[in-house]
Every structure is written in structure tokens, then in C-alpha cells.
Design a protein around this ligand. Structure first.
Ligand code: CA
Length: 150
């Protein structure tokens, strides 16, 4: 596997940013993607840690969603903040996770991520439609682990 930072080319990253922007256009919800090499612990715990590091719990409606991928560790997790989590339930996250696993297994990272982002965006739109007050509360940029040691 490539380093997390090298997983996606610039144009591929741009496609993902575009998907996030398009998804967020219709909702007050927020979506972020974080890539790193290894989780270093149980993947859900690490995803929750990253969620807090990125201050994703600070949205007004508690409706941010993080797609977390440990590239070399072959692990991923999708977690939503309380606002959206209470509404969509476990099955939805599992379905999105399964979709990503399917695409990732074929090395279709960009397509998998953009599809998942679009589907998550549709759920966010259903439960948290955009209002006049909606603004981009969290950067759409893909984030990487700050100091990658491995
Ligand atoms: Ca955003």
C-alpha cells in the first residue's frame, strides 16, 4: 500500500473535495475525510480520537460525519456526531462502510469515497436540510495525520 499521503493524486483529491462541497450544499451537515497509515489502536477508538482532534464535535447541530481510513492498516470507520447518529442508526453506517470496503478492495479509492460522501450527503440533507444560516463549519480538505511515525 502507498503512504496515506500518496494514496490519492491531486486530481483525485479534488474530486473528493468537489463531492464534499456538493453534498454539503444541500445540508447544514459536514463531512470530512481523514487518511493515515495506521490506526495504532482499535479503529473506532482512533476514529473518535481524530473526530475530536479535528474539532468535529463543534458543529451547531452536532451533525458532522468523519470517514476515517488507515491506509496501510486496511481499516476504516465512519462515525457521525450525536445529531446525525441518533437519526440514521447503525445500519446506515454499516452499509456505507461495506460500500467503501468493496471499492477499496478493488483499489477504487476515489470512486468509493465520492459515492459514500454522496450517500452520506443525502442522509444529512434529509435530516438537516440547508438553511439560510448554513455555512461551511468545517474545512472540506482531506486531513492527514500530523506527525506520521510509521
Ligand atoms: Ca465542510
Amino acid at each position: 500500500m502507498p503512504e496515506a499521503k500518496n494514496l490519492l493524486t491531486e486530481p483525485q483529491q479534488q474530486k473528493i473535495l468537489d463531492a464534499i462541497k456538493a453534498a454539503e450544499h444541500h445540508t447544514s451537515g459536514e463531512i470530512r475525510v481523514h487518511l493515515e497509515n495506521h490506526a495504532g489502536k482499535e479503529v473506532l477508538l482512533r476514529a473518535e480520537e481524530v473526530f475530536l482532534e479535528l474539532e468535529m464535535q463543534k458543529t451547531k447541530n452536532r451533525n458532522a460525519v468523519l470517514i476515517y481510513v488507515a491506509v496501510k492498516g486496511h481499516q476504516l470507520a465512519i462515525i457521525g456526531d450525536k445529531g446525525i447518529n441518533d437519526l440514521v442508526g447503525h445500519d446506515f453506517w454499516k452499509a456505507e462502510r461495506d460500500l467503501l470496503i468493496e471499492y477499496f478492495s478493488k483499489n477504487n479509492y476515489t470512486e468509493g469515497l465520492t459515492k459514500a460522501i454522496t450517500l452520506i450527503g443525502e442522509q444529512l440533507k434529509k435530516h438537516f436540510p440547508a438553511t439560510d444560516e448554513s455555512r461551511d463549519e468545517l474545512s472540506n480538505e482531506i486531513s492527514f495525520k500530523k506527525a506520521e511515525t510509521k
